[in-house]
Design a protein around this ligand. Sequence first.
Ligand code: A2P
Length: 316
Amino acid sequence: MRTLSLRDGRLLPALGLGTWLSKPDAVRQAVRRAIEVGYRHIDCAWIYQNEAEVGAGINEAIRAGDVRREELWVTTKLWNDAHAPEAVRPALERSLKLLGLDYVDLYLVHWPVAHKAGVTRPQSPDEFISLNDLPLSKTWSAMVSLPESGLAQHVGVSNFSLSKIDAITDAVGAAPDVNQIEMHPFNAQADVVAGLKERGIVATAYSPLGSSGRPPGMKNEGELDLLGSGAVATIAAAHDASPAQVLIAWALERGTSVIPKSTNADRIAQNFAADKLQLSDEDIASIAALDQGARYVSGDFWCPPGSPYTVEELWA
Ligand code: A2P
């Protein structure tokens, strides 16, 4: 399986299992299945509210002798209500307890957005904290002290623009190891991928299949159908592969990590097999033509009237 090298030389398995929107009662089996077919990278987050079940799957696989802990790469994420420096380590400890693990391989700041302590999802604008009042550099200072504790071996960010990454790197004197962002052919973000590479930061693609399983309330009107794209289907047919495999192979081919979510046993195996699919230069060129900077996860939910956040500033 392809790996990507971090600055300290540690290798991140490029293809991982995503668990956003994986139902708690399905994700334990999904994780076991993934490990059985060869995945060695599991991505989760406190806010997905299934860390206990993800951890149960990991621990069952370890107990069954399918894998050793040190062979696995486990990522989880700091939620927005724990950006205060003194809240960072307790939040990680809470995730570790749920996961039933002694450490994670990677801990990410989930969003460049802060909520008041204990506010999981703000119901009113005053439940946010502005970045002026709680700068990302303060959170990042607390994050970079975690590897020394052994509780998280690496630290990084998610949904951060290059300018936000530069600002926290300059302020703290240490860059993230990883930035996890939405990437797929409709939102290729080639400039961000290149910028992260220059900075020695691994890029991980979330929603690589278009997250078609999002509930209707989270979908945008007239949303593009990534798995149904004609161009992707044509390439898939030529390789006797599925559209999902083409999307995953594309992400791997461009040197990013990628975390397709599935709780279906066959699709978990099918997605893992995409590592073997070799796309041609023509395939890559025809996929490049699909880019239109279209995000499925626009971030507008952080920006209701009166919020200290705007969509432009979020991605700027
Ligand atoms: P399921 O869990 O039932 O397999 P993303 O990774 O972009 O968030 O997309 C996840 C969505 O894509 C889920 O709804 C998932 O459903 C579906 N999915 C995952 N793998 C495949 C596949 N190989 N073919 C079609 N749909 C897939």
